[in-house]
Design a protein around this ligand. Structure first.
Ligand SMILES: [Zn+2]
Length: 376
């Protein structure tokens, strides 16, 4: 355990990296996948179950928590870790992205964003300074800069203008964050799919100086090819000795492609959200448990998976509880999906450490191409 926030690279394989982020609340093995605990809970999971899947760190959403139950209330109750019974590291987003996607009546100015709550219509203002204050009140270990992500489709001029605003907000975030030993502040690169803009953004962030760097503005509907196009050069614009975080990604093949391109951290609601809609992610691709083919199938979802859903229940049972809208259906499939994601991350970490990533990735794609086991 360390009192400081540190990143230690252990091995590389091509552009892929594996290492450890040390924080006073524990270590984060990279590449890392962070389950999303939007409203101080990973839906359908107990925190100890989330840990049992292999997660080292969770993500919390500033926008949701500031509205309900409020950052001030969480601070008075001892901070987010204690409030939600998760003692390990937590990363919080800045609220910027969700203000733009969820709130009503937004007004964007140089100062920040004024908006009304999607919960009760109450009026709020988020600025870089307020975002830093909220994330401090929550007790977040990794704090994200307040930034703006332009709504798509956007012209290159709009993307440029938005990126430059985000860079001014990055400086204000840095100034407001101050010196907080043991806590990290990450900058967020913007610039859409335009290389010049990404370079300008990266140069500005490096000049300000952060504990880690996120690649923002991707996974917003541009498609995997365009995203990988940016990831072919964007991580290389960032300091090698700091963690690189790809926000809001993704599907298993997005994750593998991002790790191959030098990304160290990712988060996505997909495994938990899918788990509540009857969709499982497995080594053989996506499996829809609602499908009638599972009705009489006594076999596990994935015979190689060691999660409780696969060890103790049949496809027939999972099909039944999903169809009947039973709560345990969401619980079991969320557990399985998070377990599969963490298994994938462990496989990637081991493959990078063993200099056999190319073989691992080839097997990953071959297994998915083969598809689900044949129906009985
Ligand atoms: Zn499983």
């Amino acid at each position: 355990m360390t009192a400081r926030f540190q990143f230690q690279l252990a091995a590389t394989d091509g552009r892929a990296r594996t290492g450890v982020i040390s924080t006073p609340r524990g270590e984060i093995r990279t590449p890392a996948f962070m389950p999303v605990g939007t409203a101080a809970t990973v839906k359908a999971m107990m925190p100890e179950s989330v840990r049992a899947t292999g997660a080292d760190i969770l993500l919390g959403n500033t926008y949701h928590l500031m509205l309900r139950p409020t950052a001030e209330r969480i601070a008075a109750l001892g901070g987010l870790h204690r409030f939600m019974n998760w003692e390990r590291p937590i990363l919080t987003d800045s609220g910027g992205f969700q203000v733009m996607s969820l709130s009503g009546l937004r007004k964007l100015t140089e100062e920040g964003v004024r908006f009304s709550s999607h919960v009760d219509g109450s009026k709020h203002m988020l600025t870089p300074e307020r975002s830093m204050e909220i994330q401090r009140l929550l007790g977040s270990d990794i704090v994200m800069c307040f930034d703006e992500c332009p709504a798509l489709p956007a012209t290159e001029a709009e993307v440029a203008k938005s990126m430059q605003l985000s860079m001014r907000w990055a400086q204000r975030s840095r100034d407001a964050f101050g010196d907080r030993p043991g806590h990290a502040l990450f900058g967020i690169m913007q610039g859409g799919v335009t290389r010049d803009l990404r370079e300008e953004s990266a140069a500005k962030l490096r000049e300000i100086g952060f504990d880690g760097y996120a690649v923002g503005g991707l996974a917003v509907g541009e498609g995997q090819e365009a995203m990988f196009g940016v990831l072919d050069y964007a991580p290389g614009l960032l300091p090698e000795d700091k963690p690189r975080y790809l926000m809001g990604v993704g599907k298993p093949d997005d994750i593998v492609g991002a790790v191959e391109r030098g990304i160290d951290m990712m988060d996505c609601v997909l495994p938990s959200r899918s788990g509540r809609t009857g969709q499982a992610w497995t080594r053989r691709g996506a499996v829809n448990l609602k499908n009638a083919r599972h009705k009489d199938d006594p076999r596990p979802l994935d015979e190689a998976c060691t999660c409780p859903a696969c060890r103790n229940y049949s496809r027939a049972y999972l099909h039944h509880v999903v169809k009947a809208d039973e709560i345990i259906g969401s619980m079991l499939l969320t557990w399985h999906n998070l377990h599969y994601y963490q298994d994938l991350m462990q496989g990637l970490r081991d493959a990078i450490a063993g200099q056999r990533l190319a073989g691992f990735v080839a097997d990953f794609h071959a297994m998915r191409a083969a598809g689900d086991i044949d129906p009985l």
